[in-house]
Write a protein that binds this ligand. Structure first.
Ligand code: NAP
Length: 263
């Protein structure tokens, strides 16, 4: 299959939170488009297992990484350069979305959401930007934000929405800073995507299973295209943003939500 300007052949990528859900969907498409990929995830064993399951033409390896650890970005850069020789693409996908109303929010949970979704993403980006600048060959950074960074979708996501709003503005400012180094920084704002994370019972939400199901039905009814998204809907957009097809695009937030924000 010829990927034309969307080919990632000869590119080396790291996907955070890449062992499951949207992240794994992205890793799968990247390898198919020719990139060599490091799947970095909290669960290192699963990351290795998922890497082995991917069929080329690109190669994939796994590693354990927690984006909140100081130095995790540098460790990911080192893994990519050891395995493949350089690093050209970073996808900041790792994120959590506990649904807890602000009236029940604890400082610990608030900090955890911001530390993973925003601070972790920022300092992993810093490590990759430094490596890309040193390489002098440009690069692509793709941040997985959310439609919730642009418009709230439901009650209980105040901490999450604040973190993803932060990702949106971080993306724009980092694009301003890294443009002169030929590093594109863009974000994808997914709508509701069916993943392991969204299938899991929402811990701390106080909702019963029936209430959860009713909420999901109401949510889906608001999507003009009439269905939840699939990780591959986001993965194909990520291939575009990581490829030469997006060479003149930076600081952009691509909404991929089946029209949800229009409704
Ligand atoms: P998911 O199914 O829960 O998968 C997330 C992956 O990230 C898991 O493998 C998880 O590991 C890993 N992870 C969590 N914390 C991490 C950390 N500190 N360091 C490294 N890896 C970590 O989530 P998803 O639904 O695919 O969502 C992925 C991204 O898309 C998130 O940023 C989310 O906010 C965003 N997003 C999702 C949706 C949606 O509807 N699914 C919509 C908009 C935006 P463990 O499983 O071991 O914890």
């Amino acid at each position: 299959m010829s990927w034309g300007p969307f080919s990632l052949e000869g590119k080396r990528a790291v996907v955070t939170g890449g062992a499951r859900g949207i992240g794994f969907g992205i890793a799968r498409r990247f390898v198919e488009a020719g990139a060599d990929v490091v799947i970095a995830d909290l669960d290192g064993e699963l990351a290795e297992k998922k890497a082995v399951s991917l069929a080329g033409p690109g190669e994939a390896v796994g590693m354990a990484a927690d984006v909140t650890d100081a130095g995790s970005g540098e460790a990911m850069v080192a893994r990519a350069t050891d395995a493949f020789g350089s690093v050209d693409i970073l996808v900041n996908n790792a994120g959590i979305y506990p649904q807890v109303p602000m009236l029940d929010m604890t400082v610990d949970l608030w900090d955890r959401v911001q530390n993973i979704n925003l601070k972790g993403l920022a300092f992993v980006s810093k490590a990759f930007a430094a490596a890309m600048v040193a390489q002098g060959t440009g690069g692509k950074i793709v941040n997985i934000a959310s439609i919730d960074g642009l418009h709230p979708s439901m009650v209980g996501l105040a901490a999450y929405d604040a973190s993803k709003g932060g990702v949106v503005m971080f993306t724009r400012n980092l694009a301003l800073e890294l443009g002169p180094h030929n590093i594109n920084v863009n974000a994808i704002a997914p709508g509701g995507i069916s993943t392991e994370g969204t299938a899991a019972p929402l811990e701390g939400s106080g909702m019963t299973e029936a209430e959860m199901e009713a909420m999901m039905q109401q949510f889906t009814a608001r999507i003009p295209m009439g269905r939840m998204g699939d990780p591959d809907d986001i993965a194909k957009t990520a291939v575009f943003l990581a490829s030469s097809a997006a060479d003149y695009m930076t600081g952009e937030i691509m909404v991929v939500d089946g029209g949800m924000l229009l409704s």
